[in-house]
Design a protein around this ligand. Structure first.
Ligand SMILES: CC(=O)[C@@H](O)[C@H](O)COP(=O)(O)O
Ligand SMILES: NCC(=O)COP(=O)(O)O
Length: 239
């Protein structure tokens, strides 16, 4: 069965908009699990714009499925990961000015440092995924760097204008997923996926799990977290 990992970052975004104590992303994670999530994702950004250290530590205590920590490959974040011990770390590129993650990790540029970060985490029993663009070169480099999994950046496909661009972006995802499986990497996919774009993935059995946050939280604001997660769960079950 294809997995659904629910990213609760933007519950924290709503809380941080007022620097309030609610809504609590930890509570959202528990509801998401009850509604059928296979995992909970949180991205502890260096600037702490949404998820806070307290959230990650509490999530570690209460999440019953699996906790996936998205983070930059910095020594501060590696220290936190070694302490919190999530079931999976996903390394993502970060830029302070971006509104959201703008692309995958460039392993042509960061190959050596990423391999070191992967080693530091794996040597302590923490599996590592790398968030990368659907480019064959990046996938081969992720494999060479020793990653356990990759997460294919789906944002380019989700944002593509026009059917030709959309098709081209999707074909790259298909090729990337097939290549990664051939290299015996686990394959996750995420960023920008919504209740409509997820339907395009029907039949793409190479993808183990989808990581989806913003669209679920946006729907949850209107219909509630449980319904929003269940509706996404049903779409993924129908793929
Ligand atoms: C890597 C990724 O796709 C997620 O981290 C997602 O971007 C949610 O976090 P932000 O919205 O802060 O980028
Ligand atoms: N890794 C992708 C993720 O966790 C969720 O991204 P989004 O659905 O919030 O764009």
């Amino acid at each position: 069965m294809t997995g659904l990992a629910v990213n609760i970052d933007h519950i924290a975004t709503l809380r941080e908009a007022r620097k309030a104590s609610y809504p609590d992303p930890v509570a959202a994670a528990l509801v998401a699990e009850l509604a059928g999530a296979d995992g909970i994702v949180c991205h502890l950004r260096e600037d702490r714009r949404h998820v806070q250290d307290r959230d990650v530590r509490l999530l570690r205590k209460v999440v019953q499925t699996k906790l996936i920590l998205e983070m930059a490959a910095t020594s501060e974040m590696v220290g936190i990961a070694l302490d919190v011990r999530p079931e999976l770390v996903t390394l993502v590129p970060e830029s302070r000015e971006e509104v959201t993650t703008e692309g995958g990790m460039d392993l042509i540029v960061h190959n050596k440092s990423i391999a070191e970060t992967i080693g530091a985490l794996q040597n302590n029993g923490i599996p590592v995924s790398i968030f990368i663009d659907a480019e064959p070169e990046q996938i081969k480099l992720a494999h060479q760097a020793g990653a356990d999994m990759i997460e294919i950046h789906t944002g380019t496909f989700c944002e593509a204008n026009g059917s030709a661009r959309r098709r081209q972006a999707f074909d790259k995802i298909v090729d990337a997923a097939k290549l990664a499986k051939k290299l015996k990497l686990g394959v996750n996919a995420g960023h920008g996926l919504c209740y409509n774009s997820i339907k395009a993935f029907k039949g793409l059995s190479e993808i183990d799990e989808y990581s989806i946050g913003h669209s679920i939280v946006a729907r949850a604001a209107l219909v509630g977290m449980e319904r929003a997660v269940r509706q996404m769960r049903e779409l993924i079950d129908a793929l």
